[in-house]
Write a protein that binds this ligand. Structure first.
Ligand code: A3P
Length: 296
């Protein structure tokens, strides 16, 4: 495993109006100038929306049949590089992406839509955006920040929830992120906007939708095999998808593959927090047609 002993909890900084940590801005010039290719597929998400789930699904759809060695020997963060990643002692996300030998290249980003390198739009790349309801995202992000020693300290749950509502999160406000891509989709047709809740409800159907967006004619048996392979329990056991070996993740505090559920927010939000959150949410989301399910 890689041991970047210099990775430690970073402070939030303001970066072009977005709360960030330096690990995702240190390589900014190279990120901004990243040269996308027309076949590249950008997997864009707010953190904790199911990025890893959809990344693994796409990797299996493209390379599951032809390159099984890849799935059994390369962790997901090497198969699907995280573009803005710049952790000391680890390869840069941009370098990993540049070196990917595959076509298409699958590339992950958490950048809000206005910060995505412009070559992705110029090359008319396919973009798969995954969104997850705000409440479950907040809970998942809280546990992630507890165990991820590169992230700002989350504090207690109430403190964290107030920061979430305030947009004082790495990659900025959830509200602007999900709405920003939703608006972009109105004019950029090569985007597939999908939901964690739908993946959880009927993975097979979402895999079929992905295939039609990607123009893949994956046979139904293969789609079924992939649907099994991306099940929570399977991915949790799989060291190539559960982030085992990343030294700054403390699995004693919380696993990366934590629960994988829709509606876990109910075990965290108090009645008062829920009322306050709902009221604030209505304000924030009043001018969008975007709708989320918080239970299935
Ligand atoms: P929880 O913390 O709610 O369990 P990301 O990959 O964007 O960081 O998202 C991580 C979240 O997605 C975690 O949510 C994780 O458990 C969940 N997840 C990852 N793989 C999953 C799968 N195969 N099925 C269901 N949930 C999954």
């Amino acid at each position: 495993s890689v041991l970047p002993s210099t990775v430690s909890r970073a402070e939030l900084i303001d970066f072009e109006g977005i709360s960030m940590v330096h690990y995702f801005t240190d390589n900014w010039e190279n990120i901004q100038n990243f040269q996308a290719r027309p076949e590249d597929i950008l997997i864009a998400t707010y953190p904790k929306a199911g990025t890893t789930w959809v990344s693994n699904t796409l990797d299996l759809l493209y390379f599951g049949k032809t390159d099984q060695e890849r799935q059994s020997s390369l962790p997901i963060y090497l198969r699907v590089p995280f573009l803005e990643m710049a952790f000391p002692g680890m390869p840069l996300g941009v370098e990993l992406a540049d070196k990917l030998p595959t076509t298409p290249r699958l590339i992950k980003t958490h950048l809000p839509v206005q910060l995505v390198p412009k070559s992705f739009w110029e090359q008319n790349c396919r973009v798969v955006y995954v969104a997850r309801n705000a409440k479950d995202t907040a809970v998942s992000f809280f546990h992630f920040d507890r165990m991820n020693m590169s992230q700002p300290d989350p504090g207690d749950w109430n403190t964290f929830l107030m920061k979430f509502m305030d947009g004082k999160m790495v990659f900025g406000p959830w509200y602007d992120h999900v709405c920003g891509y939703w608006e972009k989709k109105q004019t950029y047709s090569n985007m597939h906007y999908m939901f964690f809740e739908q993946m959880a409800k009927d993975t097979g159907r979402e895999v079929a939708h992905l295939c039609s967006f990607l123009g893949l004619s994956t046979p139904v048996e293969e789609r079924e095999r992939i649907t099994e392979a991306v099940h929570f329990d399977v991915m949790k056991q799989n060291n190539m998808t559960n982030f085992t070996g990343v030294s700054f993740l403390d699995f004693k505090i919380s696993p990366f593959m934590r629960k994988g559920k829709v509606g876990d927010w109910k075990t965290h939000f108090t009645v008062a927090q829920n009322e306050q959150f709902d009221e604030h949410y209505r304000q924030k989301m009043k001018s969008t047609t975007l709708q989320f399910q918080t239970e299935i």
